[in-house]
Design a protein around this ligand. Structure first.
Ligand code: X8Z
Ligand code: ZN
Length: 617
């Protein structure tokens, strides 16, 4: 329930998850009937209960959020303790409320109230105060530990924070250096592995008390369908896009073999994870200079241009705001500019992973991000503002509906807008000198695929791993074994060195350390193309999707806004319908977008297969 927590981060309080299907075992339901409940419940009583619960939860959730904002802006022992305390208070109230809500389960309530009652029960319930304290303390500690982790190279005085390590992975082409920083970062997370193990145990206790099989099942219950149906949806979508991913993976391997040699990049089996330009091998756009088409490299280098112009963090954010206002949306409030964190402070530890916050359920919206002048951060700002414009659009809904239609929607809004950052758009706002000829589109398409298509199996496997961990199928001693089995199976990437005893590679990813669910990003990668296709259609555009920008199009903006304003008040298929006319998630929009690239990749792969044997050893 997002009134309680910022986007892009942990679900501590977010364990009141979104829109679901809850089948409670009879035993749990009986045990939970409040002792003091008098007589038969009535509709009026239920509605009063819901209104009261919404109001109290909203207030406590906002207090907890404010404490979290401070804790992530000033990582210290004390701020961690204060955020843990606030979250504990929220957890107490949400658990109690969830139990009380069961009293009304057999009533025939108006649709909106029935939906709210269901949402109120999608939470952890920890009756033991000690468990609540432990849970909140561990969550705060792991987020802080991730945020302040550094790799200290032996024999050097300066330690390297994640941002610096990522820069090396993005730009260095020395496999030994890449491996060193990769291993250096992954050596930090074992420090909080024991915490994570304990955290999973307590979290499961809370999920089971509410009738869920485990926390993974609670997470999968947030999609207006059963947890099993949701798992099948994820698999169905993955199968739709897998052939495209395979073509990209094959091409990438050939080109990496040319760059690094056959002894570093094997002809078959997983590609070593440190060579893909990103700490988690989750997007590969940093490899573009190695992979770009020899003759058809359209487009200019946005990073170079932003650097050359000395575009600062605020100016980058203004560009993003300008896109949203061009769609007819409001300007960001002054308080956004006064209260957001846009650059990495020099004098203190902060959680740099970008996030979007709504501190009052009205218009005190902010982002926290360590912006650098790169094309990647240019996109990420559009992503973050997407969260904020969603928050602003549904601020008129009642508290339980102030959320995305599902969490994938929340992640997809800004990315949808960013798909409209075409060369034509960049030229229009003066960030590109010339617009490349459409015959040069393979380059930009490949670049986008290296971000978005490369991401898909990662977006899928992170929570596959967590579902296995939460269900107990994977035990702590096998965390890394299971993590790499999934990375190899889905991403086709392998660990640069042997699995380490006591290792915790999953914990080297922000969303695991901060317990933020991840399936949402997989969904968002599918949904954003579906939204983009629909908005382009609304704008009257019928050409290739990669050339469409809805910049300045008020009709497309109004259509989008209509869906955003619905928040979580209706099951997500209705929200999807409001924009696309479709009620199923569907990856064909993504396949359409990349169709010319798929053809090109397959042709390249046939040619490269012929010359690959002569790649240097
Ligand atoms: O965490 C994010 C956003 C904040 S919600 C920056 N993303 C995922 C990640 O970085 O792993 C966006 C794409 C995937
Ligand atoms: Zn996000």
């Amino acid at each position: 329930m997002n009134m309680m927590y910022p986007n892009c981060r942990r679900s501590l309080v977010a364990t009141l998850v979104a829109g679901a299907f809850v089948a409670l075992p009879a035993a749990a339901a009986t045990k939970a009937t409040p002792a003091k409940a008098q007589g038969k419940p009535t509709v009026l009583e239920a509605e009063r209960f819901i209104a009261d619960a919404e109001e109290k939860l909203e207030q406590l959730g906002l207090d907890a959020q404010r404490a979290e904002w401070v804790a992530e802006n000033f990582i210290t022992l004390d701020t961690q303790s204060m955020t843990a305390q606030a979250n504990e208070g929220f957890l107490t109230l949400s658990g109690e409320t969830a139990l009380k809500a069961r009293r009304y389960k057999d009533l025939k309530l108006p649709e909106a109230s029935a939906r709210k009652l269901m949402l109120l029960q999608q939470t952890l319930m920890l009756p033991d105060a000690k468990d609540r304290a432990t849970y909140a303390r561990l969550a705060a500690h792991m987020t802080g530990a991730y945020g302040s982790a550094k790799y200290c190279p032996p024999g050097k005085t300066d330690c390297m924070p994640l941002g610096e390590l990522e820069k090396v992975l993005a730009t260095s082409r020395d496999p030994n250096r890449l491996k060193e920083v990769w291993l250096g970062w992954h050596a930090q997370s074992p420090a909080y592995k024991d915490d994570y193990v304990k955290y999973v145990e307590v979290s499961n206790k809370g999920a089971r008390a509410m009738g869920y099989a485990d926390t993974g099942a609670l997470w999968r219950s947030g999609y207006d369908m059963s947890p099993e149906a949701f798992s099948s949806e994820m698999e169905r979508l993955w199968q739709q896009v897998k052939p495209l991913y395979d073509s990209l993976h094959t091409y990438t391997r050939f080109k990496l073999r040319q760059a690094y040699g056959a002894s570093v990049v094997p002809a078959t089996g997983p590609i070593p994870a440190h060579l893909l330009g990103n700490m988690w091998a989750q997007s590969w756009d940093n490899l573009y200079p190695l992979l770009k088409p020899a003759t058809r490299d359209g487009g200019e280098d946005l990073t170079a241009l932003l650097e050359e112009r000395k575009t600062d963090a605020k100016a980058m954010t203004r560009y993003a705001e300008g896109f949203y206002t061009s769609l007819g949306m409001r300007k960001l409030p002054d308080t956004f500019w006064e209260r957001s964190l846009l650059t990495k402070p020099r004098d203190r530890e902060v959680v740099c992973h970008a996030s979007a916050w709504d501190l009052d359920g009205k218009d005190d919206v902010r982002i926290k991000m360590c912006i650098t002048p790169t094309a990647e951060d240019f996109r990420v700002i559009h992503h973050e503002l997407g969260h904020l414009y969603y928050d602003l659009a549904y601020s008129g809904q009642s508290p339980l509906f102030k959320n995305g239609a599902n969490d994938g929607f929340h992640e997809a809004i800004g990315d949808t807008v960013a798909l409209s950052i075409t060369p034509a758009y960049l030229k229009q706002v003066g960030l590109m000198k010339s617009e490349p000829d459409p015959s040069q589109d393979i380059g930009p398409l490949l670049y986008t695929a290296l971000q978005k298509v490369a991401f898909l199996p990662f977006g899928y496997m992170v929570d596959k791993w967590r579902w296995q961990v939460y269900s107990g199928q994977v035990k702590p001693a096998d965390y890394d074994k299971a993590w790499w089995a999934l990375k190899e199976q889905y991403q086709g990437v392998g660990r640069p060195g042997p699995i380490a005893e006591g290792g915790f590679d999953a914990g080297a990813k922000f969303h695991v350390a901060s317990d933020t669910p991840y399936a949402r990003y997989f969904l968002a990668h599918v949904l954003q193309f579906q939204f983009h296709r629909a908005l382009c259609r609304e704008a009257g555009y019928s050409g290739p999707l990669n050339r469409c920008s809805v910049y300045g199009n008020k009709a497309a903006g109004a259509r989008f806004q209509q869906m955003l304003a619905m928040g979580k008040s209706k099951p997500w298929p209705e929200a999807l319908k409001a924009v696309t006319g479709e009620d199923k998630m569907d990856a064909t929009a993504m396949l359409d977008y990349f169709a010319p690239l798929k053809q090109w990749l397959d042709a390249q792969n046939r040619e490269l297969a012929k010359t690959d044997a002569s790649v240097k050893p």
